[in-house]
Design a protein around this ligand. Structure first.
Ligand code: NAD
Ligand code: UDP
Length: 336
């Protein structure tokens, strides 16, 4: 299949590009590089031993999308492009709604005009909000508590209406839990600009000596060890979830929602411990106040993805931490 990946040089896009290209698909990447580096596509090429087309462009440029979809005879789109920093979304909500919601509408307009009717969308567990029960399943009530989450929910709603308007659409909404880890080569991985907000990239910077210690945001939650618990999913498992979704859509029209998680909650202390083992080092920590807006615990029910797409996460916390540390070492050797 000819597949366009918007945001294809980002963290999840780059790993999905590797999985799709290795599965025999013809992959085109489109990215405005606002949160990624141009050199990522060369590294994807090295990993896959293929030459993927990489286009610099913005998803809000509908004409560029129309031309790209036509030129590469695109049959399906995986839509990763968007902004994802929760804190920034509260400070810059317009920019988030513009990139994430207007960007998605622009893409859907272009797809409609070129008769491309298959799309996999990057949604997030953030759409659920405060858990009313756990694990979250796909029918759990939705109540995102920040602008970023609301952009994801709005795009989900738009896509559901689009699917209802015309039965030829084939749409998968993938709600990711906490993506972590890197490709086994160590050549691609998460590469946040500036000081990381998320736990794993922060741990990696501390392990590399670039930051002095990790702040643990609260150890007095009602959880197993008092620290927050999350469902950390290896990015390669997540990438394979996109391949499974595309395969599913070849057989099904309409719009279907899938959680992509492991179903296993892991605490901050457990992740730190696993990382120390993998990196054979020590992560200095300091317990500080809870971070505003943090939930104590959430994790996925991944049963639907297993039963409908035959997908489940295969990699464990050791794979996650080893691959993250490999990538951190490789990243330090890059001069871009
Ligand atoms: P990322 O920032 O690494 O990748 C997103 C890519 O999109 C970047 O390369 C960026 O340059 C590009 N981009 C942003 N706006 C664009 C635009 N208007 N036009 C073209 N390109 C644009 O993020 P990621 O972690 O790979 O996330 C991919 C998607 O998954 C995002 O939509 C994100 O909201 C969603 N998601 C991520 C997580 C996570 O924790 N990483 C969790 C749930 C959902
Ligand atoms: N966390 C932490 N220190 C950090 C970053 C995160 O203790 O520097 C904790 C956070 O409170 C949460 C967990 O790690 O319990 C995961 O946080 P992250 O930001 O990675 O994911 P999210 O909260 O968005 O699920």
């Amino acid at each position: 299949m000819n597949i366009l990946l918007t945001g294809g040089t980002g963290y999840i896009g780059s790993h999905t590009a590797v999985v799709l290209a290795n599965a025999g698909h013809s992959v085109v990447l489109l990215d405005n590089f606002c949160n990624s580096n141009q050199s990522v596509s060369a590294r994807i090429n090295q990993i896959t031993n293929q030459t993927l087309v990489c286009i610099e462009g913005d998803v809000r440029d509908t004409d560029l999308l129309i031309n790209t979809l036509k030129k590469f005879k695109t049959e399906a789109v995986v839509h990763f492009a968007g902004l994802k920093a929760v804190g920034e979304s509260a400070q810059e909500p317009l920019s988030y709604f513009d990139n994430n919601v207007a960007g998605s509408i622009s893409l859907l307009e272009a797809m409609k005009k070129t008769n491309v009717r298959t799309i996999v969308f990057s949604s997030s567990a953030t759409v659920y909000g405060k858990p009313q029960y756990l694990p979250y399943d796909e029918v759990h009530p939705l109540n995102p508590i920040n602008p970023y989450g609301r952009t994801k929910l709005q795009v989900e709603e738009i896509l559901q209406d689009v699917a209802k308007s015309d039965y030829s659409w084939r749409i998968a909404l993938l709600r990711y839990f906490n993506p972590v880890g890197a490709h086994v080569s160590g050549m691609i991985g998460e590469d946040p600009r500036g000081t990381p907000n998320n736990l794993m990239p922060y741990i990696m910077r501390v392990a590399a000596g670039a930051l002095p210690h990790l702040n643990i945001f609260g150890d007095d939650y009602d959880t197993r060890d008092g620290t927050g618990e999350r469902d950390y999913i290896h990015v390669m498992d997540l990438a394979e979830g996109h391949l499974a979704a595309l395969n599913y859509l070849t057989q099904h029209s309409g719009c279907e929602i899938f959680n992509l998680g492991t179903g296993i909650p892991v605490s901050v202390l457990e992740l730190i411990h696993e990382f120390e083992v993998a990196s054979q080092g020590t992560i200095p920590t300091e317990v500080v106040a809870r971070r505003a807006g943090d939930l104590p615990i959430y994790f996925a029910s991944a049963n639907k993805a297993k039963s409908l797409m035959d997908w489940s996460a295969k990699r464990d916390l050791t794979d996650i931490c080893k691959s993250s540390w490999n990538w951190q070492k490789f990243r330090g050797s890059l001069d871009d």
